[in-house]
Every structure is written in C-alpha cells, then in structure tokens.
Design a protein around this ligand. Structure first.
Ligand SMILES: NC(=O)c1ccc[n+]([C@@H]2O[C@H](COP(=O)([O-])OP(=O)(O)OC[C@H]3O[C@@H](n4cnc5c(N)ncnc54)[C@H](OP(=O)(O)O)[C@@H]3O)[C@@H](O)[C@H]2O)c1
Length: 321
C-alpha cells in the first residue's frame, strides 16, 4: 500500500494481502459496535485472521441476527454493554477481563444515533461525546493492563478508534463546554467533537504507551451506503476518488479500519490518522484540504493532552503516569 480511494481494497482483501489469514490464532480482540452493518464487516475480516472476538453489544439476541453468517459461536462471545452508562462500561470490562488476561486488539466502532436536541446521559454528559468518546476512553483504561500484557514483538497491541472525516470540522469544545453548557447545541458539531476526541485519544495513547508496545490509530472511511460502490448526487466515487461525499459500501467503508488493525506495515507504529487506506499527513488549511489530509483537529498534542486529563476527571480515574 498505500491505496487510492479509487482502488481501496475490501477488508478481506486486506487480510489476504497482508498474509494474515489464520495468523492471529490464539490472540483476542474486543470490538464495539459490532451489531451494525459496518460491525459485521469488521467481525468477518478479523475473524478471518484467527482472532478470538469479544463483542460488547447492547442486545445479544439482536446482534446474532444482525451478524448473520458472520457470527461464529466457536470464535466469538458477547458481553452486554450500554455505552450511555459508565457503570455499564465498567461491568462490561469486568466480564471481558474474566474471559481473557490478554487482549491484542481493541476496535472502538460504536456510535450513538445523534439526536437533534441536547441529550445528557445519566452520568450528565452530552450523548455523543459520552458514547462515542468517554465510554471508549473508560473501556480503554479498564482494558489497558490486558492490552499491555498481550503485546508481542511480532504483533504489538493496537487500539483502533473509528473516527470520521467530520472531525476536521471542529476541534474540542473549551473546558466547561464539552456538554454545550456555553453555547447552543448543534448535533453535527457534537458529532464532530466526539470524532475529534476519537482521533486525539488514539494520538495520546500512542504518545503514552507506544514505547511499551501498545499502539493506536484513528480511521476515517467516508460515508457508507449499503450495497457496492454507489452513485451519490449523480457522481460516483470512481469519478471523484477524493470525494468525501461519495459513498461506498459498508465493506469498503471498513477497509481502513482493518488496515490499521492488522496491516503489517503498521507494526510498532501508531499515532496516525488513516483515511481511505492512506495515512493522513498534516494539511495547511481546511479549505485546501483533500479528503485524506489531516488538520489541527487531527494532530494537536496540546489538545490531546487536555482531552486526556479532562476525560480522566470525568470518569473519575487518576493518571497512571
Ligand atoms: N455510517 C457512516 O457513513 C460513517 C461515516 C464515517 C464514519 N463512521 C463511523 O463508523 C462507525 C460505525 O458507524 P455505523 O454507521 O456503522 O454506526 P451505526 O450503524 O449507527 O451502528 C452503531 C452501532 O453502535 C451500537 N450502539 C449504539 N448505541 C449504543 C449504546 N448505547 N450501547 C451499545 N451499543 C450501541 C449499535 O448497536 P445496536 O444497533 O445493536 O443498538 C450499533 O452496533 C462509527 O464510529 C461512525 O462514527 C460512519
């Protein structure tokens, strides 16, 4: 690789191209948001590597139906989780840890359905920030010992934060305004903030734990549509490979995530935003930016550190460094 958007491979092709079929037997992965169209494709591809999968989902019976033929009871187990509740995340983490002491891969794919009006979780946080970011931040903190314990020179542990190009639209709200306390609520901005948080969290994980063999990437994949590569507003992805408005199938929409999760070229690396199966270098400005380029909302060490500190405070944990 790298691939252009035009030639972005499918997740299973990435597994094959990286010679990863069955190569991760004996290792464990945790994937959130698996009971979704994108989740199915992530599960299918990672199962092909031999990974044993723990799938935290809100409703296990529903997840089995949604996963369909991607579900293999011999290689996958469910844990109940509600990302709107930090207590539920703590409970889910306990169940996960009771199943394995080593986790090689954590994929954070879950996302809340946005509401047009401000909604707070029972813990008092804005819904998208809480579910897309805080719940994953807590899950990571609780699974960190298992992620560190699993790291091996041939496959160092990885965290994949499934973000979105929308993160470029907005950085974090200021301190004391994460929940829109100081401005009117805007659902799109709230989504962008939560996705920026995903990107920053990956960068900060790398900064803090990369040298201990625990790495992290964030991924953008563009808009997904069911079915194969689709027309969008009369323009297909093939005609405009850099277009963020061009849709792609759910399978191709998860290619970047799988590339980050098992791609051999990423061994021992991290802190990179992967976009359409390329790494996203820093761009000059948002206006000039092709869709695979990062902005200060992609790489911003001061803001990454602020988010980390504030998130620890919000979930009631102390810094371990
Ligand atoms: N869709 C796109 O076009 C697009 C574009 C760029 C990036 N992304 C990113 O890709 C990821 C997946 O997106 P998607 O469109 O596949 O999402 P989706 O279809 O909305 O699915 C969301 C998943 O999260 C789960 N979920 C929602 N609320 C939950 C809760 N409170 N507790 C536990 N699980 C919960 C859902 O479970 P149930 O359905 O079982 O409730 C489902 O598995 C997200 O991180 C999103 O930001 C998506």
């Amino acid at each position: 690789m790298p691939h252009s958007v035009r030639h972005e491979p499918t997740p299973l092709e990435i597994v094959k191209d990286n010679d990863m079929e069955g190569k991760l037997l004996g290792k464990w992965a945790v994937i959130t948001g698996s009971s979704s169209a994108t989740g199915i494709e992530i599960v299918r591809a990672l199962a092909a590597t031999g990974l044993r999968l723990i799938l935290p989902v809100p409703n296990q019976a529903r997840a089995i139906v949604i996963l369909g033929d991607a579900y293999n009871p011999n290689r996958m187990e469910f844990v109940t989780i509600d990302h709107t509740s930090l207590d539920s995340v703590r409970e889910a983490a306990k169940h996960i840890i009771s199943k394995t002491e080593k986790i090689s891969l954590l994929v954070c794919n879950e996302t809340a359905t946005p509401s047009p009006s401000l909604q707070l979780t029972k813990d008092g946080f804005e819904m998208q920030f809480a579910t897309n970011h805080l719940s994953h931040f807590l899950l990571f903190q609780l699974l960190k010992p298992e992620l560190l314990a699993a790291s091996r020179p041939r496959f160092q542990s990885r965290v994949i934060m499934v973000a979105c190009a929308e993160h470029r639209k907005r950085g974090l709200n200021g301190r004391g305004n994460y929940n829109f306390e100081k401005e009117g609520y805007n659902s799109a901005i709230a989504y962008a903030q939560s996705k920026t948080a995903n990107v920053y969290m990956a960068n900060e994980i790398e900064r803090r734990y990369g040298t201990r063999g625990l790495h992290a990437f964030s991924t953008n994949s563009g808009r997904f549509i069911a079915g194969e590569l689709q027309q969008d507003g009369g323009e297909s992805l093939h005609q405009n490979p850099q277009s963020e408005t061009g849709g792609k199938s759910c399978a191709r929409g998860t290619s970047t995530t799988i590339w980050g999760a098992i791609g051999r070229e990423w061994e021992g690396k991290g802190g990179i935003n992967l976009s359409h199966c390329t790494d996203a270098p820093s761009g000059d400005s948002e206006e000039n930016m092709p869709s695979t380029t990062g902005t200060e909302n992609t790489y911003n060490p001061a803001e990454e550190a602020r988010l980390w500190e504030d998130s620890l405070d919000m979930i009631g944990l102390l810094d371990d460094q």
